[in-house]
Write a protein that binds this ligand. Structure first.
Ligand SMILES: NC(=O)c1ccc[n+]([C@@H]2O[C@H](COP(=O)([O-])OP(=O)(O)OC[C@H]3O[C@@H](n4cnc5c(N)ncnc54)[C@H](OP(=O)(O)O)[C@@H]3O)[C@@H](O)[C@H]2O)c1
Length: 351
């Protein structure tokens, strides 16, 4: 059965990858409608062997769709996702706006596919950092149990979007040509040849950033840890890499787990690949993972300071598995389970 699919934010870093992945995975479509802002109305974006002309969001343009994959930012999703649902489409939303809403499932098909069954027309895609962390740790938590996670991230600029990619490129170009780069517009400091211990914002006087809070809260929601029995502590940093987030992760398991058994568990998990022969220079890097859907895991080793702790290095493509690929997999899951329909009587979601 073919579906009428809307892609919101089609000119953006995630939206353009969504169009790429939809075509690559041959999601059955009878129509694809590309939405962007009014600025881009009529602009052509590539899809499969052809192009689509972007349209802007309006009461008329959102009608007659079955599935909408949305990535135009939280404020757009807060307003338009419920309107798409009211118009009869199931929305898979990439923004952070709906992720922690109690009536919105937060789904990674390899980890918690059954959560999708309860949808009310809207399903959220986790944050890119949470996604790769869960692909690697999900099987360990399921089989052994995890008590505590301490994570430091090294996140690429494409995680912020198209303008941040351009800012890194322009600053790097200026510095390499011995010119003064323009004042940063996207990040609070220069990102070229620098590392920023800030991903997103410090909201309402919090000393953790919104990205760090999302990583901690979403991990608990996906693992079903409502009583907060898992300790999680996160520090997120932005690095001058175009695509691919890297993470240094320390886990404390409920019972002892050897690095060999951890490798076997992760290696057997859907969506993960162990790349781990450090003595031969074999470990995952951001440039290895860019353009791939698997989450790569290496440097799996004992933490000498605790018998139930391991260290790992986890790398994922934030635009693909971290966003677009997962959204398309969710659409595939919905299609497989005959869930591409807004349940009768679904109440309009309130933010
Ligand atoms: N980048 C990642 O790795 C990643 C991962 C997971 C989730 N996300 C989330 O996905 C969302 C998009 O991220 P991105 O990185 O793709 O950002 P981006 O490159 O800045 O793209 C933003 C997109 O939203 C569109 N847009 C802006 N205002 C609009 C409006 N009024 N109506 C319709 N479309 C509008 C833009 O269209 P114009 O070109 O016309 O302005 C553009 O297509 C964000 O919420 C982000 O948090 C991103």
């Amino acid at each position: 059965m073919s579906h009428r699919v809307g892609v919101v934010g089609a000119t953006g870093a995630v939206g353009s990858t969504l169009l790429e992945v939809l075509a690559e995975r041959q999601f059955p479509v009878s129509e694809v409608r590309a939405f962007a802002s009014e600025r881009s109305a009529g602009k052509k974006v590539p899809f499969a062997d052809g192009e689509l002309a972007c349209v802007s969001l309006s009461d008329e343009s959102i009608q007659d769709l079955d599935v909408v994959l949305s990535s135009a930012g939280g404020s757009i999703s807060s307003e338009w996702a419920p309107r798409f649902v009211q118009a009869g489409a199931v929305v898979v939303d990439n923004t952070s706006f709906w992720r922690m809403h109690p009536e919105v499932p937060l789904v990674i098909p390899e980890i918690n596919p059954d959560a999708a069954s309860d949808h009310n027309g809207l399903i959220a895609n986790p944050n890119c950092s949470t996604m790769q962390l869960m692909i690697a740790l999900g099987p360990i938590h399921r089989d052994i149990g995890i008590e505590r996670i301490v994570i430091s991230t090294y996140q690429s600029v494409s995680g912020t979007g198209q303008r941040a990619i351009e800012e890194l490129r322009d600053q790097t170009h200026a510095i390499l040509h011995e010119q003064e780069p323009a004042t940063p517009a996207v990040y609070p400091h220069r990102i070229a040849f620098n590392v920023l211990p800030q991903v997103e914002t410090f909201k309402d006087g919090d000393d953790y950033t919104t990205e760090e809070r999302k990583l901690m809260a979403e991990t608990r929601k996906i693992l079903g840890d409502a009583d907060e029995s898992i300790g999680i502590s996160a520090t997120c940093a932005r690095v001058p890499v175009y695509v691919g987030h890297s993470q240094s992760v320390n886990i404390q398991t409920r019972s002892e787990l050897s690095p060999e058994d951890a490798r076997a568990l992760i290696g057997g998990a859907d969506g993960a690949l162990v790349v781990d022969a450090p003595g031969e220079g074999v470990y995952p890097t951001a440039s290895d993972v860019a353009g791939r859907d698997e989450v790569l895991v290496g440097r799996i080793r004992r933490d000498p300071s605790h018998p139930r702790c391991l260290n790992l290095w986890i790398v994922g493509d934030n635009l693909r598995k971290g966003a677009a690929t997962n959204a398309v997999q969710v659409a595939e899951l919905l299609a497989e389970r005959d869930l591409i329909r807004v349940p009768a009587g679904a109440a309009a979601l309130a933010a």
